[in-house]
Ligand binder design. Structure first.
Ligand code: PLP
Length: 394
């Protein structure tokens, strides 16, 4: 009989020539279980999605309750749907006053698209500034602001008037001018291999955008909801973006994205012309129910409070002659090795021993450590022992 793996390779479009091919039967908390019942600690969190672990009971209950009421009803922005209303209310409550209007979409890339359009329409300008080694999604607009020529090959022409600056380099900030509609930046660069900007840089960036009237977009699609030790990563910098992008952990395991701005800014999407951004499924009731439940878990269980301490435990344990550096903040960490061959070998050995790690789009020489925030201290010790053993064996 043809296996699911063979069918997957045969009938499902592939994104690389070497997919992971782990066949998962079920997932619970920080663990995935394969078809033979073997357990794997998920140190990737489904790429920064499962911040509260897989299938949290409160998220499952919220999904089930919504299933009893309705699924899709109509396009975004028409009917008043309770899950979307309540979730936006909660997000506005936990965000600074100026970020008070939520546009729900389906994914991170769509949040990027919506935000770029919003900035152009609001400012009447066309210039966009992004960073080298950034990642904001894979659709045409999002790809245009991706800071890597390699991944754009064969997809041009992309958006015009996009300029790139170096992340965390204040000398480049003069390139933000009165022609700039927006600067789009990850608050912490993820796919670059986890790069953290300085407080001074971030404050200068904010000041420069305000000075020239450019909107500052922070992409927190990967870092929000506690991963870096604060509910939103920008909190650490004592600044507030004009537009905030969320996705991944936003939906508590369901597909959901959002771009959030001030009501006055967001207002330009509703007329002249109407329907400035539209989406059929954005803010899906089941996704919003799951997302709200997930945020409530993060707040009620005070998961963010423990993130930095857990990150420190990882750092104290991850000491090995082959580890050049451990970068990042909280539970968004990268372990710098020497080569992709090393990273690949360690990942494979970890997988064999029941630990899932990965690497980064723009930094294949570093390993990604981004476990669910609920990981326990003894589990951190267990997974680090596996990683260190794998490093010994390569
Ligand atoms: N922005 C960042 C920082 C991301 O890490 C990602 C996905 O990895 C995206 C945007 C795109 O999100 P999605 O895959 O939901 O389109």
């Amino acid at each position: 009989m043809i296996s699911n793996k063979q069918l997957f390779l045969q009938n499902n479009a592939q994104t690389s020539t070497s997919p992971n091919l782990l066949e998962v039967d079920r997932a619970e908390g920080i663990y995935l279980y394969d078809m033979e019942g073997k357990r794997y600690a998920d140190l990737v969190s489904g790429f920064a999605v499962s911040n509260i672990g897989h299938r949290h009971p409160k998220v499952i209950a919220a999904i089930q309750a919504q299933l009893e009421k309705y699924l899709h009803l109509t396009v975004y922005g028409e009917f008043v749907q309770t899950p979307m209303v309540r979730f936006a209310q909660k997000l506005v409550e936990v965000l600074p006053d100026s970020l008070n209007n939520v546009y729900f979409v389906n994914s991170g890339a769509e949040a990027t698209e919506g935000a770029l359009k919003l900035a152009k329409k609001y400012t009447g300008r066309t210039g966009i500034i992004s960073c080298y080694n950034s990642y904001h999604g894979s659709t045409h607009g999002a790809l245009s602001v991706m800071g890597s020529d390699q991944f754009k090959q064969g997809f041009g022409p992309l958006l015009p008037h996009v300029q790139f600056i170096n992340f965390n380099e204040a000398e480049d900030l003069h390139l933000i001018t009165e022609e700039t509609a927006c600067v789009i930046m990850e608050t912490l660069q993820g796919e670059a291999g986890i790069r953290v900007a300085s407080l001074n840089y971030m404050q200068k960036l904010r000041a420069r955008c305000t000075e020239v009237g450019a909107l500052l977009i922070f992409d927190e699609i990967q870092v929000a909801f506690g991963r870096t030790g604060t509910l939103f990563a920008f909190e650490d910098y004592q600044i507030v973006p004009d537009i905030l992008l969320l996705a991944k952990a936003l939906g508590g395991g369901m597909p959901l994205g959002a771009f959030i701005a001030n009501k006055k800014v967001m207002g330009v999407l509703k007329d002249n012309p109407i329907l400035g951004h539209i989406t059929t499924f954005g803010g899906h009731p089941v996704s919003c129910s799951a997302g709200l439940a997930s945020l409530e878990v993060i707040l009620e269980e005070e998961l963010v409070k423990e993130v930095n301490r857990k990150g420190e435990i990882f750092r104290s344990l991850l000491v090995h002659p082959l580890i050049k550096e451990v970068r990042g903040k909280g539970l968004m960490l990268s372990i710098q090795l020497d080569s992709f061959t090393q990273v690949e070998k360690v990942s494979q050995l970890c997988k064999e021993r029941g630990v899932i790690i990965d690497w980064f789009l723009h930094c294949e020489t570093a390993m990604r450590i981004a476990p669910p925030l609920i990981i326990k201290e003894e589990e951190i010790h267990q997974v680090c022992a596996v990683i260190l053993k794998a490093l010994d064996l390569i």
